[in-house]
Design a protein around this ligand. Structure first.
Ligand SMILES: Cc1cc2nc3c(=O)[nH]c(=O)nc-3n(C[C@H](O)[C@H](O)[C@H](O)COP(=O)(O)OP(=O)(O)OC[C@H]3O[C@@H](n4cnc5c(N)ncnc54)[C@H](O)[C@@H]3O)c2cc1C
Length: 407
């Protein structure tokens, strides 16, 4: 029997169908409304919670797949329905990834379920790294965390920018905040903290009005003398002190490992982009068979048919990169050539390109809000910007393949 297979297993097929049905029946029909409203689609999150899709158990099941493919499949199917709503539902998993990536088993057990709450008591989570002057250049973070030994508390001050779910206070919100504990050490002096729901001093700043993914809430988070117990330092003080001591002595540390964890979430973001690209391709294919000009269906022109052939090919190629990276991450194969970055870079750029091709195929109709492809084009653009811009992904790949520290 051949060891290699591109077939999904039974569990993956079942989850794929379940998520696709939800995306088709609930998410896609709601996409336009919530894009126009530019608000968090609470009723849809509640529906996802009721069927168990918005829950820590489901996320644990996805992450637990030893092949790594379940979460990319879920992300693609949901995003095929609507990417803004997908981010409103799965934005919380960014905070979860921050807790799982840095926390002790006790912290993971305490905080991850609190990121989701229950169907009757929805919670959300937010992961706050970026700042007004530190996006790609994460080493420039200004947010400071200072230890108050007498009270065993950390005091956090700073402003975070562009935070998905940031500062939402309609429901309990678990913020995971990355702050500097030793600015001289730059990125090696960073630590992650859980800021529990309702902590005084944390508030929302401006809420951004965006080009796309408008159902997903993005806002500034202001931290003004925010005090959290010592137990909210993810990983614990002993581990932090040891890491800082190693960094001060100039010894190598786990920073590289942390970078690889970050790389590991990129295929999921790539899979979301893939879902938008595929939605646009399928829509344009159907349209091209129906729409007639000069007495024939427009797909009978090679100019249109070849566009669709290229769209299908590019989307499938992006999916292979996404699946490879997800499989490598799950099976702990090192990303020696920046494979995580490759997957997100390719899928993000394909989504932007494919949605633009779809607008072209729909002509004037494609440019109006009557048809979904213009929204999908706007939604796709974020995938070349967040979780590392396309330029930063190229930098990661170039450094990985060359071994040269390209500035
Ligand atoms: C909708 C949305 C949601 C977001 N959600 C979150 C979130 O939940 N949590 C969070 O922490 N952050 C979040 N972000 C922030 C996001 O990760 C940053 O916007 C992104 O990392 C880019 O940072 P920047 O905007 O400061 O751009 P900059 O870093 O200022 O970059 C500007 C341009 O310069 C280029 N550039 C910068 N440095 C280099 C270089 N060395 N070489 C080549 N080109 C370079 C970039 O590629 C880009 O084209 C979100 C952003 C958006 C828009």
């Amino acid at each position: 029997m051949a060891d290699f297979s591109m077939d999904l297993n039974e569990d993956q097929e079942q989850i794929k169908k379940w998520v696709h049905d939800f995306a088709e029946q609930v998410v896609r029909p709601a996409g336009h409304e919530w894009d126009e409203r530019e608000e968090t689609p609470w009723p849809i999150i509640e529906e996802a919670a009721k069927i168990g899709m918005y829950s820590w158990e489901f996320v644990a099941q996805c992450f637990g797949d030893p092949t790594g493919l379940t979460f990319p499949i879920v992300s693609e199917e949901m995003s095929w329905g609507d990417a803004g709503i997908t981010l409103a539902i799965f934005g919380t998993t960014l905070a979860v990834a921050g807790i799982v990536g840095n926390g002790t088993p006790e912290q993971v057990a305490e905080w991850v379920p609190q990121c989701f709450g229950t169907p009757d008591d929805i919670h959300v989570g937010a992961f706050a790294v970026s700042e007004p002057d530190a996006g790609s250049d994460v080493s420039s973070l200004r947010t400071r965390a200072v230890y108050d030994e007498a009270k065993d508390e950390w005091v956090i001050n700073g402003t975070k920018a562009w935070i998905t779910n940031g500062g939402i206070d309609k429901v309990p919100n678990v913020h995971v905040v990355v702050a500097s504990v030793d600015p001289e050490l730059k990125a090696r002096g960073h630590a992650s903290f859980v800021v529990p729901p309702g902590t005084p001093g944390l508030r929302m700043g401006q809420k951004y009005k965006k080009h796309g993914i408008r159902a997903s809430h993005t806002a500034e988070v202001v931290l003004d003398d925010v005090r959290v117990p010592g137990s909210c330092l993810l990983g614990g003080k002993e581990k932090l002190d040891a890491r800082l001591a190693r960094a001060r002595e100039g010894k190598s540390s786990k920073v590289q490992a942390a970078m690889s964890t970050f790389e590991a979430t990129r295929p999921l973001v790539g899979a979301q982009a893939l879902g938008i690209g595929r939605a646009a391709y399928e829509y344009a294919l159907d349209y091209a068979k129906e729409r007639r000009a000069f007495g024939k269906a427009i797909i009978e022109n090679q100019a249109i048919a070849f566009k669709l052939a290229d769209m299908k090919m590019e989307i499938d190629a992006a999916r292979l990169l996404v699946w490879r990276a997800a499989w490598m991450a799950a099976t702990q194969k090192p990303f020696e050539s920046g494979e995580g970055s490759m997957s997100k870079l390719k899928a993000g750029e394909v989504a932007v390109w494919a949605t633009e091709q779809a607008i072209q195929i729909l002509g004037g109709y494609g440019y109006t809000r009557e048809y979904p492809v213009e929204q999908w084009h706007r939604d796709s653009k974020i995938y070349t910007i967040f979780e590392g811009t396309s330029e930063i992904q190229r930098l990661v790949i170039a450094r990985a393949i060359s071994g040269v520290h390209i500035p």
